[in-house]
Design a protein around this ligand. Sequence first.
Ligand code: BES
Ligand code: ZN
Ligand code: ZN
Length: 499
Amino acid sequence: MKSQGITVNFSDANVDALAVAVFKDEKPTAAELKDLDKLTGGLVSALIKAGEFKGEPGDTALVRFAPKGSVKASRLLLVGVGEKADYKASDVAAVAGTATRFLRKRNLKSFALLPRCGSDAKDVAQNAMQGFVTSQYELDKYKTKDKNENTVDSFVLCIDGAKPADLKDGLSRGQIIGESMNFTRDLANEPPNILTPTEMGKRAQDMAKKVGLKCEILDEAKMEKMGMGSLLSVSRGSAQPAKLITLRYTPAKNTGKKGELLGLVGKGITFDTGGISIKPAENMDAMKYDMTGGATVLGTMRAIALLKPTVPVIGVVAAVENMPGGNASRPSDVVKAMNGKTVEILNTDAEGRLILADAVHYAEMQGATRIVDMATLTGAVIIALGDINTGILGNDQAFVDEVIACAKEAGEEFWQLPVGKDYSRMIKSDIADVKNIGPRGKAGTIIGAVFIQEFVDKAKWAHLDIAGTAWADSVKPYQAKGPTAVAVRALLKLVENSQ
Ligand code: BES
Ligand code: ZN
Ligand code: ZN
């Protein structure tokens, strides 16, 4: 996919279409809209007046007009953005993505975008390019026909008064972020017979080599030696051996706080049958997405390697398959985690927390002082927050607040749920230190989090339950259905703001 982006006056752009952001219930009195209205012989105001175009997010209307003067385009696409007062740089990703998908469907190849966003031009450019790149992602890798082969090849960005160097920088950052989000989505989409834990390790290694990250993969023998009995208990029922993948990014110059190391930890269950506590058949196929937390870590680390922030980051992915084989864990088994705590496994389907127990401890042993873990951990978070907000929980309020603020800045929505002694008491086991489930139907997402918390020692820690937000059940104007790459942008903001 080619892409270019420079400031030009839209009227000089040699493109198939002009795309312009339009606010909710906007009258075409602003200078840019007035010009476009004139260009189209009054069609913009006619559409708005007739109520055919309301300017809600995702609304689109296409107008054909006769090219005039220096204007070479013959189409104008109105793209709704909603309330003007709420419009910010991160919304430009959806505007650019909506325009891209709309034009791609009509086999058009290029457009000029007027985002009409007053935020920092570099930020606007970054989001425009990211939306352009992520909006063209499709799920058809394994189709042998009926693939969507149309692409919009390029767009030019029209921002009055912006410095070309800022735009160039924003656009190249946006491309890295968009492509890294697509990398995460590609992994999440892979069928589980192809993306085994071993294959996930290979993909991580290939990526690391390409972008210049250090990659280390522990096999089961090594994990056994290190005492990762909790993680290995999940892998035991599978013919596929588990892998613990570690990626390391070290900046040329470290401007972060001395001794600080951010650790990103991901749940990489390549398929979750539930194990002996087996899941019902209906919708079990969606459990191929149970490695999305891990894919998020890999995509984020890819972007970090290319964006080169001035703080170190380590990524840890526990890649494991949860199957009900002859060696599988039984409900009532007791295992010992790497930090020495014993766990009574009462439900083998609560496996994400078992692998994360050892993965977060391992990250801390590697020096992580701040940890964010990502996991499709509980069905309960879908009941609580639907597919809009990612659940966030943690042991340090200031750190949780920081991650929520970064998400907001990046255009993502995180909502905090509580933790605390009264919840932690609910996972006390009769015969071991902790059990891996709480009372049925009570605070499922919190129970998952306080279990993981047992394995965090001194690090500041935030847990993201992405079970509701990791993939979308339906197509959006700016995005295919399937994996969303949720949290990648929020984590990159966190890294950026830690410099
Ligand atoms: N991977 C699932 C959680 C999940 C469910 C993710 C639906 C996405 C969509 C997880 O391993 C699981 O099975 N959790 C159980 C925990 C329970 C046994 C305490 C759940 O949420 O039902
Ligand atoms: Zn499960
Ligand atoms: Zn799971």
